[in-house]
Design a protein around this ligand. Structure first.
Ligand SMILES: Cc1cc2nc3c(=O)[nH]c(=O)nc-3n(C[C@H](O)[C@H](O)[C@H](O)COP(=O)(O)OP(=O)(O)OC[C@H]3O[C@@H](n4cnc5c(N)ncnc54)[C@H](O)[C@@H]3O)c2cc1C
Ligand SMILES: *[C@@H]1O[C@H](CO)[C@@H](O)[C@H](O)[C@H]1NC(C)=O
Ligand SMILES: *[C@@H]1O[C@H](CO)[C@@H](O)[C@H](O)[C@H]1NC(C)=O
Length: 382
């Protein structure tokens, strides 16, 4: 099959890109490996998830959230919004298509995209002038190599497969990772009566969602360092010194840390209080080794667990299916060009949703990419 633009991935970034291209009347096809759009939100997110960012930072092009929508939307409301978006703009991704290989064909200057139809098992080949990568920053769950992990008899799962603490009542559960997912999953486990320990390796800012919202609003007018000082001061007042509980603040401010390392501050959902109360235990460092049920930590501490949840983040999966990734990405599957033109590669290759700025970033990328493709097409025609 031949088209003008192939978009790989029907998450918020891919959907928004298609909508923006349609506005420019540029034909496009979305290939999605799952049987549904926004699979991260519909299949791989835990039940109690609420959007961490205020609603105005979580909307797609041409469709602002309604006035009656709460500032911090629960997952279900956001999924409803995506449903309405797909219906309103009549987006029809081709589902059950896992893109396995994409290469640039120099002989005809076109992209060749090979997708496996997971229903029929057949390989389909798509040809296009433009290729947009929209498979997301959260392509594959990252589980670190741990010595002896194969001897662990209990359940091991990645945060993307975690739904709720319901099945963990009374169990000893270790959550690896003190980022947003790890802290929120610990809270959820504890609420469901699991004996919960969280393993935290690196310092993280802990903040309330309100102060981050305030900070994000200020960022439009005030330099990052000043906003960071403000946010850190307020957070210190709100939480006090948490180092005695094993929670350390980085020297760099929360927004600067996010900007330079991509590591987001932890938006506290109530986990800190449970840590203070001793309901959730913190261990600093990493896992040294595992032998059966017994984990030995880097600090020498030993403890038995029934289950381990790895909230150890994600890897971009782009390099697994995009052979000619180097026209737009580095080896780690993130853009090689700096912001704000990170979305544009060579050979008509683009990416949306890789600016580490969530839904707002994906929405901006979609607008930029569609504008650019449309202007490239206009120069070809003239
Ligand atoms: C737990 C969690 C909470 C989050 N909370 C927020 C928040 O509050 N606010 C915010 O702005 N952001 C949040 N994010 C970030 C969020 O992931 C993004 O904002 C958004 O989902 C990114 O959209 P995307 O389209 O780029 O990627 P995704 O939503 O990951 O979509 C990528 C799509 O590509 C498909 N795909 C992948 N590989 C292939 C292939 N080879 N072939 C075909 N299809 C493929 C996938 O199935 C998926 O449907 C959160 C992320 C996580 C993990
Ligand atoms: C995709 O596959 C699922 C089964 O895995 C099936 O239920 C669904 O109908 C398929 N969708 C399309 C559009 O082929
Ligand atoms: C809960 O975990 C702690 C260690 O963090 C352990 O000492 C205690 O025995 C566990 N409680 C139960 C009921 O297993």
């Amino acid at each position: 099959m031949e088209t003008v633009v192939v978009i790989v991935g029907a998450g918020p970034a891919g959907l928004a890109t298609s909508v923006c291209l349609n506005q420019h009347l540029v034909p496009n096809v979305i290939l999605e490996k799952e049987d549904i759009y926004a699979s991260l939100w519909k299949k791989r997110a835990y039940d109690r998830l609420k959007l961490h960012l205020a609603k105005e930072f979580c909307e797609l092009p041409f469709m602002p959230h309604g006035r009656d929508v709460p500032t911090f939307m629960p997952k279900d409301l956001f999924v409803n919004y995506l449903d309405a978006y797909v219906a309103r703009f009549d987006i029809k991704p081709r589902y059950n298509r896992t893109v396995k290989l994409s290469t640039f064909d120099e002989s005809n200057n076109k992209w060749r995209v090979e997708a496996e139809n997971t229903v029929t098992g057949e390989t389909e080949v798509y040809w296009s002038e433009f290729l947009v990568v929209a498979t997301g920053e959260n392509g594959d769950g990252n589980i670190p190599m741990v010595n002896g992990i194969d001897t662990f008899p209990g359940e091991i799962l990645h945060s993307s497969g975690y739904k709720s603490g319901r099945d963990f009542n009374g169990k000893n559960v270790l959550v690896v990772g003190g980022g947003n997912s790890g802290m929120e999953i610990s809270f959820d486990l504890c609420n469901f009566g699991a004996n919960t320990t969280v393993l935290i390796r690196t310092p993280r800012h802990v903040v309330t969602k309100e102060v981050i919202h305030l900070g994000m609003s200020f960022l439009k007018y005030v330099p990052v360092t000043i906003v960071d000082t403000m946010v850190t001061t307020i957070s210190n007042l709100a939480y006090g010194d948490l180092s005695k509980y094993g929670l350390f603040r980085p020297k760099q401010g929360p927004f600067a840390t996010k900007l330079f390392t991509g590591k987001a501050p932890v938006i506290d959902v109530g986990t800190v209080q449970k840590i203070r109360d001793g309901e959730i235990k913190v261990i600093n460092g990493g896992i040294g080794s595992i032998k059966g049920k017994t984990l030995t930590f880097e600090n020498g501490h030993e403890q038995d667990f029934d289950a381990i949840v790895f909230a150890t983040g994600y890897k971009s999966s782009v390099c697994n299916w995009l052979q000619d990734y180097e026209y737009v990405m580095k080896k780690d599957g993130f853009p090689k060009a700096p912001m704000p033109k990170h979305w544009k590669g060579e050979k008509n290759l683009y990416c949306t949703g890789f600016s580490r700025r969530g839904i707002a970033g994906a929405a901006e990328d979609a607008v930029s990419v569609a504008d650019d493709i449309s202007s490239v097409l206009a120069t070809i025609k003239n």
